[in-house]
Design a protein around this ligand. Structure first.
Ligand code: PEP
Ligand code: MN
Length: 263
């Protein structure tokens, strides 16, 4: 069950050697998409050096336009897994289609359900049968209740390794890509034992806002962060405007360390 219950002890989410939802803030970082082996490697080396725990990279990309870069698919999965393995980092990538679950699970340590698929109950049901942790992003316009019930689909199916990810919701405000709902983080942590992480990259759509919102997320009690980083954001095939350079990411990690050491 997703909802807190005083009578039962709840398991933490384990991603290889990483414990998500324990004492430490877990940091997931990497490019929006796997573009090719060289750029992923260059970015991954830097995020690892800065202290990231888990490497991200999309292979199946849910793009607004069908004419935008759709990701490398299986080739992207292979590249992500081999870079992660070489650096000793667990990897997370999105699965968009029920038919791809087995393939994605063969390469990824964590399966991500993107915001656009949070209401895909067929996909959620199948993830209940997968023996891999799942990051469940909040839907574009999902209420907290809908988000928690989506998690319930996975947990009730038999997979209690679910990490919730707040990634901003749709509001009337166009200056930011989405509106980061930090009150949801604090609230959800009172309702569920599941770890809650924050993605300030997709929440804001602006690299300059990622650091401040990451710090705010940790202050609000987030168990982790998901940050888009690209070796050269101006050349990124997707989400360059919100991607940090490795230097900016290293600074963010220092800022987060300063915050958590006094927690
Ligand atoms: C992503 O993290 O790659 C992504 C597409 O994010 P979201 O589903 O939150 O839009
Ligand atoms: Mn992205």
């Amino acid at each position: 069950k997703v909802m807190k219950n005083s009578e039962t002890r709840h398991p933490l989410v384990r991603v290889k050697d990483c414990v998500v939802g324990g004492h430490d803030v877990t940091v997931i970082a990497g490019p929006c998409a796997v573009e090719d082996e060289e750029t992923l490697w260059a970015t991954a080396v830097q995020v690892k050096k800065a202290g990231a725990h888990i490497l991200r990279g999309g292979a199946y990309k849910p793009r607004t336009s069908p004419y935008s870069f759709q990701g490398l698919g299986k080739t992207g999965l292979r590249i992500l897994a081999s870079v992660g393995q070489a650096l000793g980092m667990p990897v997370v990538t999105e699965v968009m289609d029920t038919a791809d679950i087995e393939e994605v699970a063969a390469y990824a340590d964590v399966l991500q359900i993107g915001a656009r698929n949070m209401h895909n109950y067929g996909l959620l049901k199948r993830l209940g049968k997968v023996e891999k942790p799942v990051i469940l992003k909040r839907g574009l316009s999902a209420t907290i209740e809908e988000w928690l019930m989506a998690a319930e689909y996975v947990v009730s199916g038999g997979n209690d390794q679910v990490i919730l990810c707040e990634r901003g919701i749709r509001t009337y405000e166009p200056w930011t890509r989405n509106t980061l709902d930090l009150s949801a983080v604090a609230l959800v942590k009172t309702l569920t034992h599941l770890p809650v992480i924050v993605d300030p990259s997709h929440a804001t759509g602006k690299a300059d806002l990622v650091g401040p919102m990451a710090r705010a997320a940790v202050a609000a009690g987030a168990d982790g962060l998901m940050i888009e980083v690209h070796i050269d954001p101006s050349k990124a095939l997707s989400d360059g405007e919100q991607s940090l350079t490795p230097g900016q990411f290293a600074q963010l990690m220092q800022d987060i360390r300063a915050l958590t050491s006094i927690r």
